[in-house]
Design a protein around this ligand. Structure first.
Ligand SMILES: [Zn+2]
Length: 183
């Protein structure tokens, strides 16, 4: 089951990566995401991040976002719909940007090659840096990180724990610890 899920996800990511312009943001979402990018990185995004970020939305019933390398961020429509505030959307974007700033490999590559432990460690590193980026930009990190708690509560499997449930639960616990350190 877990292996099948990973294979499907990897195939999906590779398909998505091949169709980078498939689903541009709607104009209102585009405006909001650009505002968030500039709040986080200032006027010159390339100078700040070392890459030019681009955001693409894909349709999926699961709330997910991916760093695909070279500035490319993919966010599922479901995750955008779950976000209730600019700080929450900023958390998603900051987390993916953090993967880029930390030179993490593209999700399409990482999912198929790294161990669960290595993946969890990268997620924690990206979350920790995302909280700092949010704070630096004047967003409330606690509010932003609240999105992950809600995603976990809303999508947590009642039929039995999946790898996804466990990885999100671990992220939530570590996020709480990072937030406590920020204060
Ligand atoms: Zn991540």
């Amino acid at each position: 089951m877990a292996v099948a899920r990973t294979l499907i996800l990897t195939a999906l990511l590779i398909t998505l990566a091949a169709r980078a312009e498939a689903a541009p943001l709607q104009s209102s979402e585009f405006g909001e995401s650009q505002r968030i990018l500039h709040s986080l990185g200032g006027d010159d995004l390339r100078a700040f991040f070392g890459f030019t970020p681009s955001i693409t939305v894909f349709s999926s019933s699961m709330p997910n976002a991916y760093w695909l390398g070279a500035g490319r961020i993919y966010i599922s429509q479901s995750l955008i719909n779950t976000a209730r505030s600019e700080a929450e959307l900023a958390f998603v974007i900051a987390h993916e940007l953090a993967h880029g700033l930390l030179n993490h490999p593209s999700a399409a590559f990482a999912q198929s090659s790294a161990s669960e432990t290595a993946l969890a460690e990268r997620e924690a590193e990206a979350d920790e840096l995302a909280l700092k980026l949010l704070k630096n930009a004047g967003f409330d990190p606690v509010e932003g990180a609240g999105l992950l708690e809600r995603v976990r509560a809303k999508y947590f499997s009642r039929a039995g724990l999946t790898n996804w449930d466990l990885s999100v639960s671990r992220r939530v616990l570590r996020l709480r610890a990072f937030i406590a350190e920020l204060r």
